[in-house]
Design a protein around this ligand. Structure first.
Ligand code: NAI
Length: 261
């Protein structure tokens, strides 16, 4: 438990599934007030609201597209209206699809960049604007990926978006450190969530992925949520501008493990 998180208001985008859901529940356990943004499935979001409340927190649900400026501004107003302010903002919403790069439609490129990178920009901008105007030492956390560092054939738009998030985070961290506002990335490896469902359902593909993870297993959403609460709490008060990889060692060149490679 991080007692300093009690009653803090946290906005989580794309929070009706996967990592967003796990973070919402964990922030609930920390007795936070959680704004659950969802994109399309109201019933999933309402279920997460119940899970947050059962865990000990308060929660409110709002639909919104993170790539739309008005929707993101709405998220801030909604947090103020529901819980009287804003302390922590998590840009978690993200999408991916696999297409050979030479055949990638512009439409797919734009959709992924708009959701993963423009969405993180709009969320960070609106949150930081609120923090600056209200003199709050707030906290922004962006959900990046090991693919801000590891190239990913057939996911060029995804890798480019997460590479962009890396420098977005580093730049904002530098710019707003004098105001005590911290901006960090979480870089998950392969985690069991809907984004990976299809890939991991195939036993051979699952084995291939596991073989790239020194700790030897696909991560659990709760293991990412644990990183998020630490980054949001004052326990990490001296940490800003980093990507905290929670990847079972995936970014550490597993091919070289045990003398291979
Ligand atoms: P997920 O598919 O369960 O979650 C993504 C969420 O974003 C969904 O709830 C979806 O509805 C929402 N979303 C999509 N477009 C949106 C939009 N325009 N506006 C608002 N919400 C939108 O998958 P997961 O794994 O929970 O993904 C969360 C984040 O973690 C993503 O940014 C993803 O890139 C990142 N990540 C996930 C990894 C994994 O292995 N699961 C690994 C590395 C990064």
């Amino acid at each position: 438990m991080y007692t300093d998180l009690q009653e803090k208001v946290v906005v989580i985008t794309g929070a009706s599934t996967g990592l967003g859901r796990a973070m919402a529940i964990r922030f609930g356990k920390e007795k936070c007030n959680v704004i659950i943004n969802y994109y399309s499935h109201n019933e999933e979001a309402l279920k997460v609201k119940m899970e947050v409340e059962n865990a000990g927190g308060k929660a409110a649900v709002i639909q919104g597209d993170v790539s739309k400026e008005e929707d993101v501004k709405n998220l801030v107003s909604f947090a103020i209206e529901q819980f009287g302010g804003l302390d922590i903002w998590i840009n978690n919403a993200g999408i991916e699809n696999s297409v050979p790069s030479h055949k990638l439609p512009l439409e797919d490129w734009e959709k992924v960049i708009k959701t993963n990178l423009t969405g993180a920009f709009l969320g960070s901008r609106e949150a930081i604007n609120y923090f600056v105007e209200n003199n709050i030492k707030g906290n922004v956390i962006n959900m990046s990926s090991v693919h801000e560092q590891i190239p990913w054939p057939t996911f060029v738009h995804y890798a480019a978006s997460k590479g962009g998030v890396k420098l977005l985070t580093e730049t904002l961290a530098l710019e707003y450190a004098p105001k005590g506002i911290r901006v960090n990335n979480i870089g998950p490896g392969a985690i069991n969530t809907p984004i990976n469902e299809e890939k991991l359902a195939d036993p051979q593909k699952r084995k291939d992925v596991e073989s790239m993870i020194p700790l030897g297993y696909i991560g659990k959403p709760e293991e990412i949520a644990a990183v998020a609460v630490w980054l949001a709490s004052t326990e990490s008060s001296y940490v800003t501008g980093i990507t905290l990889f929670a990847d079972g060692g995936m970014t550490k060149y597993p091919a070289f493990q045990a003398g291979r490679g």
